[in-house]
Design a binder for this molecule. Structure first.
Ligand SMILES: Cc1ncc(COP(=O)(O)O)c(C=O)c1O
Length: 374
């Protein structure tokens, strides 16, 4: 075609996309089995903060029942699931937005509240990667506030507020934070919300909220009608990461704007049914919480005895300084243990390890000394 060699496909692309480094997920078990010739059943994945107990049996039963209805589109309005979540938290259906994972809610927030090249968002230097990725995709400046000081990770809420400018629209606070596992105190959070400028929305990413002792009463902020959204997910304590279903709790006016920005059927039929049944399985969540607390305590005590530099965690994973994350990640993988290298999180010395079943924790700890020795 005339002149086609003059303009490349890349010239036509959204230019912000060209330097985007795609999100690097935890390595799937099947990939490792294929690449290393291992039996998939011998591999453990403690890389993506999933629930090692699997999904709730109630969720599995409900999803099986729903399979025969898959020729229908899902309920785009998510009537039953949104009502179920609302009843669980004592709010209204209008306060709930469903997402294809809580990841999608991040995207909806950008759609609803930002304009490319005009607005800014604020996060921290070591937090969930998707906020920044999405900002880049949307052509927005992402301000990252330093969260590492005096050898420790801590989210500095006052420093985040200091970065607010007239063009700031979203502030992301991950509590507990991924990948550090740290939390802010309930008092720090309260002060942050009280001091939030009126043109900024606080996005409280609470993917790991259910693992907190003495959790903050963030629902109160929603009920008070503040400019806040709580992002929660069925991927972690509920053990339904593969379904891709998460939700936001927000004042009705905010939730309504997000509803306008979503695809008509963003939450699929099986996910809606499974999530609703899983939400009601308190026993499965309690068991998950218990093995997580026990496993994390065992891991942290072992790290302490070994003199390892780790960050005490409030979530279902622990961040550990192993010196050379890339090497340690590979060495574990050869032993059929998938952990997460934090190189892409600008922490080349750190790995992040999810709390597995008691057997998985023991296997990881048994291999750790020889892996570290190299
Ligand atoms: C802090 C944080 N937010 C959001 C998510 C996304 O979860 P979902 O599976 O609901 O999209 C994750 C997943 O790892 C996370 O760590």
């Amino acid at each position: 075609m005339l002149g086609s060699s003059m303009i490349s496909i890349r010239d036509l692309a959204n230019q912000d996309l060209l330097d985007l480094v795609p999100y690097e997920p935890g390595k799937p078990i099947d990939d490792v089995a294929r690449e290393l010739g291992l039996d998939p059943s011998s591999i453990i994945k403690i890389a993506s903060n999933e629930n090692p107990l699997g999904p709730s049996p109630l969720a599995v039963a409900a999803m099986r029942d729903a399979l025969s209805k898959c020729h229908y589109y899902p309920d785009g309005g998510g009537f039953h699931l949104r009502n179920g979540i609302a009843a669980h938290f004592g709010v209204e259906k209008a306060n709930i937005i469903l997402g294809n994972g809580s990841n999608e809610i991040i995207e909806l927030l950008y759609h609803a509240f930002t304009r490319p090249g005009v607005h800014e968002v604020i996060t921290t230097t070591h937090s969930f990667a998707v906020y920044e990725l999405m900002a880049q995709l949307f052509g927005l400046r992402c301000v990252k506030v330093e969260d590492y000081k005096d050898g420790k990770f801590h989210t500095d809420l006052k420093a985040m507020l200091k970065e607010v400018k007239p063009q700031t629209r979203l502030i992301f606070l991950t509590n507990p934070n991924n990948p550090t596992g740290t939390r802010v105190t309930n008092e720090e959070l309260d002060e942050f919300i009280q001091n939030l400028p009126p043109h900024v929305i606080a996005v409280l990413d609470e993917a790991y909220y259910e693992f907190l002792d003495n959790p903050p009463d963030t629902l109160r902020y929603v009920k008070e009608g503040r400019k806040v959204i709580l992002m929660r997910t069925f991927s972690k304590i509920q053990g339904l990461a593969g379904l891709r279903i998460g939700y936001g709790l927000a004042p009705a006016e905010l939730a309504d704007l997000l509803q306008r920005a979503r695809q008509p059927f963003n939450a699929n039929l099986i996910a809606q049914v499974g999530a609703l049944a899983g939400l009601q399985d308190a026993e499965h969540q309690q068991r998950t919480r218990q093995i997580t607390d026990e496993g994390r305590a065992k891991m942290e005590s072992a790290f302490q005895k070994m003199g390892l530099d780790y960050t005490p965690s409030h979530a279902n994973f622990v961040l550990i300084n192993v010196g050379d994350a890339a090497r340690v990640f590979q060495a574990f993988m050869k032993k059929g243990i998938i952990v997460r290298s934090m190189v892409s999180y600008r922490l080349p010395q750190h790995i992040r390890v999810s709390v597995g079943t008691p057997q998985q924790v023991d296997r990881f700890l048994a291999e750790l000394p020889s892996v570290l020795k190299g």
